[in-house]
Write a protein that binds this ligand. Structure first.
Ligand code: DGL
Length: 253
């Protein structure tokens, strides 16, 4: 059993359920923090909205979450990061950690690569710069529907996703450039028989680095202790609190 929190709080934010995958990684590595999962499920998807709209929606939720007096905010959403991370950093006087599609590790892996992202992320300047710097050969699929489909069907995702939600082709690797897609990682990997890359672990590591805290997973490596034995202080704020906490219980094992 791991000790209770060290007195510091991190808000983990996403439009909907996607960021729960990032929260999971953060909680497993840094159970000493207290977490607030902030979401906006009734306005998903953000990925088909303008930058101004995304900023207005995200900051409305985050303004409320500031009442928890967090020490850091994790934007567990590629779309919000792509659209308005600079504006959010200007608005909140604490570290605001963003996430970008895991193009860099995929480029190291090499081969034919597919980057899946929301339309907002795929069309953003931040993402275009990232791609041209690290993996200009990668193929990008901008999806208007996949995040929403996963948000609605997360409790009963089929073994094979509807065909029109993913592009045809053969790929060695797929980058899940939207945190919602992590719930369909198995289906996507099976569809292309490919390696999957996502940004959850990297984002969690950045949180630990920014707060200067030790990584519980690294400390316990080699021991039989497992995640189920962790005691982490997590609260849910905004959006569909019952849905988010139910899903988190399912994946936090
Ligand atoms: N989970 C968000 C992301 O990582 C997007 C979902 C949405 O479109 O709201 O991009």
């Amino acid at each position: 059993m791991v000790k209770k929190n060290d007195g510091r709080t991190a808000v983990v934010f996403d439009s909907g359920i996607g960021g729960l995958n990032v929260l999971r990684a953060c909680a497993l590595h840094y159970p000493q923090l207290k977490y607030i999962y902030a979401a906006d499920n009734y306005r998903v998807p953000y990925g088909n909205r303008s930058g101004e709209e995304v900023f207005a929606l995200a900051s409305a939720v985050l303004d409320g979450a500031m009442s928890y007096r967090p020490d850091a905010v994790v934007i567990a959403c590629n779309t919000v990061t792509a659209e308005c991370i600079s504006e959010l950093r200007r608005r909140y006087p604490i570290p605001v950690i963003g996430m970008q599609p895991a193009v860099k590790p995929a480029a190291k892996f090499g081969g034919k690569c597919l980057v899946l992202a929301t339309a907002a992320t795929a069309n953003s300047l931040n993402f275009k710069n990232l791609l041209s710097k690290y993996y200009p050969e990668a193929e990008v699929f901008a999806s208007q529907e996949l995040a929403d489909y996963i948000e609605k069907n997360v409790f009963s995702l089929p073994e094979t996703l509807p065909k029109d939600l993913l592009p045809d082709g053969n790929f060695d690797a797929a980058v899940l450039g939207c945190t919602h897609y992590m719930f369909a990682a198995k289906q996507i990997s099976r569809r292309y028989s490919c390696q999957i890359f996502d940004g959850a672990e990297g984002t969690a590591a950045r949180l630990g680095e920014i707060l200067g805290i030790s990584d519980h997973q690294a400390i316990k490596s080699g021991k039989t202790d497992h995640a189920g034995a962790l005691s982490v202080d997590i609260s849910f704020y905004g959006g569909n609190v019952d849905k988010n906490s139910a899903i988190f219980k399912q994946i936090f094992v």
